[in-house]
Design a protein around this ligand. Sequence first.
Ligand code: ATP
Ligand code: MG
Length: 428
Amino acid sequence: MGRTKKSKIFQAQRGMHDILPEGQKYWHYVLKKAESLIEDYGFEKIETPILESTGLFLRGTGETTDIVEKEMYSFMAKGGDDLTLRPENTPGVVRAYLENGMSVRPHPIKLYYFGPMFRHDKPQQGRYRQFYQLGLETLGDDSQAADAELIFIGHKLLESFGLKNHSVQINSIGDQNCRPAYVRALRDYYKIQLKKVCVDCRNRFKKNVLRMLDCKEEGCQGIKKDAPQMMDFLDDDCKAHFKHVLEFLDEARVPYMLNPHLVRGLDYYTRTVFEFTPDDNPSDAIIAGGRYDRLVDLLGGRKTPATGWAMGVERVILAIKDKNINVPEAQSKPKVFLVQLGDAAKRKSLLLFESLREAGIDTKSSISRDSIKSQLRIAHRLGVRFSLIFGQKEAIDGTVILKEMDTGIQETIPLEKIVEEIKKRLKK
Ligand code: ATP
Ligand code: MG
């Protein structure tokens, strides 16, 4: 007989992770706090499909971005549709807004989403191929107040997680009127430095010079220092908008730093751009966003001003763990453990368990275990106040034994009175 071949154990894809039961409390903590705060500010949840037409991202994310050039999971589906696993959700939200006639509802429309995004990124700490974003979008509001509100919410949100020591880096990238002169100035500046920049940046110079300011290579960072700044090119309207956003932030005591080279390298982005970064690691953004007044019309709608941000949830959780922030267990501690012995009791115990659950008494049980010893061991480990012992005799008599775990005192109680009795004792 030959050796039996062990069957292969599959592994998750590189850069993609399981979120195990013991990790859930962090997700619960972040999501609960975020949803409550965001909804208080009038944002409504929207969920869109994970798969969209590839064309939506070519246009809505931009063909000259890293995301579209290098990071998309695209494929031909059965039937020949060219689909992509969403790398970000703003184009999907705008598509849904247009497709579902939301553009005729009273504006502004304030939406938020939470879900997985997919990018063929280089996996490392805080950078994955499947990761979760929570994002906000305000559609149909061109005011500086809308930008400031979003930034303020981001600030309050990080604070509510217990993450202090974060600042907003902020800049304005102007609009269609004033940005072209800046782009020309940038091209003039970089033209004579082309030998010194990285290969990617030489490519960016040809396709989208603004994105050279986004390069993470050390050599390119050095050259960026002396590059022209958009601030010097803003026209009066853009300048006033930016000034007012900053006044809002001053008033609301949101700490910010002007970053004159912060950009979003696409034409539909306008005016305000910002990133929240930890003070001890300013290159690792937790939240990134900005105004995108031209995206809705680029995707076929009427010209509609809009502004938004997206938060990387894994990066938030890494920061929460790093700072040893105390995160409560996702599930509350059970108060009662139901021990069942013998088939008759097991059959009846489903309904007993349900009546306790319905009454709001947090109960655990282990229906597949047989010995009283092993079940009481679990009860002790869970730290419950009471165990209910439900055996053959009790099942026939219609009673159950209530055992107080601290003292070990036991008492037999009629089944129909047990919920009442536990409620009474839990109050003490
Ligand atoms: P980077 O320059 O770090 O690649 P980005 O510009 O691609 O970031 P955005 O598209 O603005 O990032 O996404 C918003 C936020 O989503 C980021 O600030 C970050 O917190 C998170 N994020 C982006 N890409 C990843 C990833 N691959 N893994 C985990 N989180 C990510
Ligand atoms: Mg990226």
